[in-house]
Write a protein that binds this ligand. Sequence first.
Ligand SMILES: Nc1ncnc2c1ncn2[C@@H]1O[C@H](COP(=O)(O)OP(=O)(O)OP(=O)(O)O)[C@@H](O)[C@H]1O
Length: 273
Amino acid sequence: MLPLGAGLRRLKTRKQNRIYRRSGIVSDAVGTPVLSARGLRKEHGKGEGSVRAVDGVDLDVSAGETVAIMGPSGCGKSTLLHLLGGLDRPSAGEMSLNGRRIDNISEKALALMRRTEVSYVFQSFHLMEELTAVENVELAALLAGRSPRVARRRAEELLDQLGLAGRARFLPSALSGGQRQRVAVARALSNEPLVVLADEPTGNLDSAATLDVLQLFEDLHESGQTLVIVTHDARIAATADRKFSMRDGAFADETWLTGGTTGQLGALVGLED
Ligand SMILES: Nc1ncnc2c1ncn2[C@@H]1O[C@H](COP(=O)(O)OP(=O)(O)OP(=O)(O)O)[C@@H](O)[C@H]1O
């Protein structure tokens, strides 16, 4: 088994190739945000009882960047993440993925985007309990259009790289919380997503497993994976390039943790080394 960091770094070359391939040239991968939102709004419900959960969010996430979103309970973090990943539709505003509008596309196109271009890691893992670890990961790759042979190979490879080779045939019920979240991360990577969206990835974990998953997200960041993480955990947020504080559906504050534009330049360096 490869050490976790080394395993993920091996993924990096493939990721670089994918970004080059999809974007055509490097400057596109850096210049065009992977994920972008303008004037994003979401109202839950209608009329007097409606709640404006997201209220005018602008966001650009560059290739290879990790963005953390923090804020008090109910400020709209999960709703925003759902909008960004196409799990829900905005009431107003525009969103783009790799330069392509996604706020006004058909349900079919949105479903395809969810299977092939974005991935999620949830607080409560959302693994299929009747499937083994490798089957959970493989299923996501199959849904993204990989052949059964490629899907199985990729699933085994990812579990190996995430330190779970010995647990591949275990059902989720036989895994610890940290191991389940690792399977969920392997599943999220199985379609080679442009961006991984994580909603409180350590919210259901004890402190030892939290440290484990924290390291995992640092390694993912290091591997060049674009990440948007909603979290209450300042340690997770500290692994990000930028941190947004959300209040009442909008960003109240933005903090560069890796120093202004050097965060974006860092992504460029990461692509080229
Ligand atoms: N499906 C829904 N229908 C009606 N209101 C909703 C729905 N989902 C969320 N809300 C409301 O929208 C607001 C934002 O909720 P959201 O879950 O996005 O907040 P959050 O910041 O993620 O909270 P937490 O940190 O507790 O998970 C809250 O007032 C919530 O009650």
